[in-house]
Design a protein around this ligand. Structure first.
Ligand SMILES: Cc1ncc(C[n+]2csc(CCOP(=O)(O)OP(=O)(O)O)c2C)c(N)n1
Ligand SMILES: [Mg+2]
Length: 635
């Protein structure tokens, strides 16, 4: 076996021993050994492989897979600008704590700096966005390589997963892999040999017996716990849950014990239980309510920052007496304190024994609940009579309906910009729905692919149907993410696009007052025909006319899905072996393959809701005014 092939086979083998389940790659020549090794292992049922043409889509697909599964995903590309296209997803993975193992193939050193084609400086390409960077040595048939390659792979796995001596935070790692020709297996070498046999090597390349990884990591749950902080009870407390992957249960219990409202962003997955207040954004945006309801204690978790009212609440008013703000950290050195008001950082928090009022009868909680109910009723009333038709397609109504319609066990990907904010303002508390979003860097990039990845992983783990709520610019930004090869795994996923022909969020910001350049410079209308795009990608499409029709549409395939299914059927017979491997994989995982479209009925499809930006702006202003009037009525 030639050295490049051997290295790739060992890397793939060791990653699978570590627990790798999903790998994503984009095509290229320098990366051929890695691609062939992963493909061989996928055929054997050891891992699921996803191939994408566009590296940016590939990297966000990997991000979605890793985010939903909470496991490292391998991401492979060739040398040159291909590697640069991973950068945005690597940044999001860093900010949001998502485990990725990025493997960029590279020219060997003797070909660098010579003007050789597709050669750039790939060393530390992602800067401080990775937990660990390592440039591998050019593979050579020397003794000691098995230990070198296998231990290094385990280190990458441990660093990405946040393992290896404590409660680390998961994140991306970058292995730059120089590969020298030959880049394909030697003549006549069977594909099966790519699973790390060691013909022609000075020593065995095999891993540890029993299919164990070279290095195993102690379970962090067995180690010393995170420092907890004890808080004395105070009546005026708030729990603010920002985006993030943390266990909200202890916070919800604390809220119940202390009688504190829970103000939870959708992707905190903490918007449930009796103290969760879905209209909280309207309460915090109301200066009168905010001034009369200043908390003495705030406990915050995750990454808050979705609305100005929420940030103002964290900041407090000038001259106000200092208050306690306990921030729960995701891990060492990783906590969010956007207003710089943290008085304490801890791993968890509990109420100190001692005098506590009557949380159930607390006037503080009752006031928040009454205000929430009033704001909710006011906003619902505006939505119910929104022009031009009753039950017309307003974006807030779409968000509210979608979050309620997905069944228990479902998954919802919320795009940045207005979709996640509409959910924040209108999604009713519920359990059973997992809401994910790219809120690490809050980009509108890669969101189709990230949603596809999240849905694939969610459904491979036995999860239910998935939907994504996307703005039109976010949708177009990752249009390449729609173009998926016939043999690629596809989830049951509805891409629900609120198409207001531009960036609706800017109409709510200060620049909206600049009439002349506004539309061209911020609004960015495009007039794109999404149904043509769907047809070009062979993806089912449905135009939604009324929000009330959404629940029924979520359940079934859209127009055009028949053609998609037929294509997939052809692909199925062509690739019967791959399908067999997928089912083997699914069995080994104890779940579904999550393979081609139709495995779960719906497949990948688009539902477009056309809305009007100006009307949407007016509607949101009306809702805010109605909420303010309702809150004033309570005083
Ligand atoms: C990669 C990236 N580029 C630019 C932005 C800035 N940005 C934030 S929201 C937005 C507009 C999004 O428009 P759309 O997806 O249609 O959602 P809408 O505001 O209409 O709901 C832009 C360009 C961003 N967040 N990420
Ligand atoms: Mg838009």
């Amino acid at each position: 076996m030639n050295p490049s092939t051997a290295l790739a086979a060992v890397l793939a083998d060791e990653l699978i021993r570590c627990g790798l389940r999903e790998a994503v790659l984009a095509p290229g020549s320098r990366s051929a050994p890695l691609a062939l090794a992963l493909h061989a292992r996928a055929e054997a049922g050891g891992v699921r492989l996803h191939v994408r043409i566009d590296e940016r889509s590939a990297s966000f697909l990997a991000l979605g897979l890793a985010k939903a599964s909470r496991r490292p995903v391998a991401l492979v590309c060739t040398s040159g600008t291909a590697a640069a296209h991973f950068h945005a997803a690597v940044i999001e993975a860093d900010e949001a704590g998502v485990p990725l193992i990025v493997l960029t193939a590279d020219r060997p050193p003797e070909l660098r700096g010579t003007g050789a084609s597709q050669t750039i400086d790939q060393l530390k390409l992602y800067g401080s966005a990775v937990r660990w960077f390592c440039e591998l040595g050019v593979p050579e048939a020397l003794p000691g390589m098995a230990g070198y390659w296998r231990s290094l792979t385990c280190r990458a796995w441990g660093q990405a997963a946040g393992l290896g001596g404590g409660h680390g935070v998961p994140g991306p790692v970058h292995l730059n892999v120089p590969l020298r020709d030959p880049l394909v297996p030697d003549d006549g070498e069977p594909a099966a040999a790519l699973t790390a046999s060691s013909g022609g090597w000075p020593e065995s390349l095999d891993g540890r017996p029993g299919n164990r990884p070279w290095t195993s990591f102690a379970d962090p749950a067995a180690g010393p716990g995170w420092p907890a902080i004890e808080l004395p009870w105070a009546e005026r407390g708030l729990i603010i849950c920002g985006d993030g992957d943390y266990d909200a249960e202890p916070l919800l219990r604390l809220a119940g014990q202390a009688g504190w409202p829970v103000l939870a962003e959708p992707s905190s997955n903490a918007r449930r239980g009796p103290n969760a207040l879905p209209a909280y954004a309207y309460l915090l945006a109301d200066p009168g309510f905010a001034a009369a309801h200043r908390p003495d204690v705030i406990v915050s978790a995750g990454r808050p920052g979705l609305s100005r009212g929420q940030l103002a609440c964290l900041r407090g008013a000038p001259g106000e007496p200092p208050r306690r703000h306990v921030v729960l950290a995701a891990g060492p050195g990783r906590w969010s304190d956007p207003a710089r008001t943290a008085t304490d950082v801890a791993g968890s928090v509990r109420l100190a024994p001692g005098p506590a009022g009557d949380p159930a009868g607390s006037a503080w909680l009752a006031a928040w609940r009454a205000a929430d109910a009033a704001a909710r009723a006011a906003s619902d009333e505006v939505l119910a009579v929104a022009r031009p038709l009753p039950d017309s397609l307003s974006e807030p109504l779409l968000a509210r309906t979608l979050a309620a319609a997905l069944p228990d066990g479902g998954l919802l990907w919320a795009a940045s910009s207005l979709p996640v904010r509409d959910l924040d303002q209108h999604m009713r508390p519920r359990s059973g729905l997992r809401v994910l979003a790219s809120r690490g860097a809050s980009g509108i990039d890669g969101l189709i692919s990230a949603a596809i990845g999240a849905a694939c992983a969610h459904q491979a783990d036995g999860g239910g149907p998935a939907a994504a709520l996307l703005g039109d610019l976010a949708f177009l930004h990752d249009a390449a993410g729609l173009f998926i090869g016939p043999d690629e795994p596809r989830p049951d996923l509805c891409l629900v696009v609120a198409n207001n022909d531009g960036g609706g969020i800017f109409s709510l910001l200060e620049q909206a007052a600049l009439p002349v350049p506004f539309e061209r410079v911020f609004g960015t209308p495009h007039g794109a025909d999404l149904s043509s795009l769907a047809a070009a990608a062979g993806i089912g499409y449905h135009r939604l006319e009324r929000a009330a029709d959404l629940p029924a549409l979520l359940g079934g395939p859209a127009q055009g899905a028949g053609a998609q299914l037929a294509r997939i059927e052809r692909a199925r017979s062509q690739y019967a072996r791959s399908q067999y491997a997928r089912s083997q994989y699914a069995r080994s995982r104890g779940g579904r393959a999550g393979g081609a479209a139709g495995d779960r009925g719906g497949g990948l499809r688009i539902i477009e809701a056309r809305t009007d930006r100006a009307e949407g702006t007016e509607l949101r202003k009306k809702i805010s005014a109605a909420c303010a009037a309702a809150l004033a009525g309570l005083r």
